[in-house]
Design a protein around this ligand. Sequence first.
Ligand SMILES: CC(=O)N[C@H](C=O)[C@@H](O)[C@H](O)[C@H](O)COP(=O)(O)O
Length: 220
Amino acid sequence: MLKKGRLIVSCQARKDNPLHGPLFMGAMALAARDGGATAIRANGVDDVKAVKAAGLPVIGIDKVFDERVPVYITPTFAACDGLAEAGADVIALDATPRERIGDAPAALIRHITETLRLEAFCDISTLEEGLAAADMGATYVATTLSGYTDYTKREDDAPDYALIEALATRLDVPVIAEGRFSTPERARRALDCGAHAVVVGTAITNPREITRGFVSIVEG
Ligand SMILES: CC(=O)N[C@H](C=O)[C@@H](O)[C@H](O)[C@H](O)COP(=O)(O)O
């Protein structure tokens, strides 16, 4: 079980990011551990193996992009199996009912919890999706996709505090806050809204985006 009231750090860098790859993501995980993170979220088999060296629980995902469908976070049994073999302790998946090439969320959750005997971390974007994920056997329900599905896209960059509160009120399974926690104050507020733990990525592990944020304010 991921510890309550703690910070989880997401160490991810896409191919176009100069920090892409297990060498840098492994180092990010060590830095996050030394800074007090309780767990690490990482993408892909190579990065999951690398971040394991930090000795913290790892939430593994495997982003598989296919332009025909919107779902890309751990869409198949094969992706789950690869992450389990790489040493993930928890597997995160897209648990929205959107069109996908791959396996249905309910089947993936069963595969993770019953066959692989790991924890299933369900990324959702609405209250209804969170309730459905819990019914399907989610170990955790996370707000990761709020603002990223067609029907939740919004202009502002604020985290979805109302969703955290609504989920925490309705669910017995732990609710994890993830997405757009760009300051320590925002992350703290997630816990005050009832989140079990909060995941922070960009604001801690993406120096390119952090630099962009400084440049836009310093240089106007
Ligand atoms: C929507 C989507 O694909 N989110 C991804 C999920 O793994 C990552 O790109 C995010 O960086 C992560 O959720 C952490 O969020 P933030 O970087 O805002 O702290």
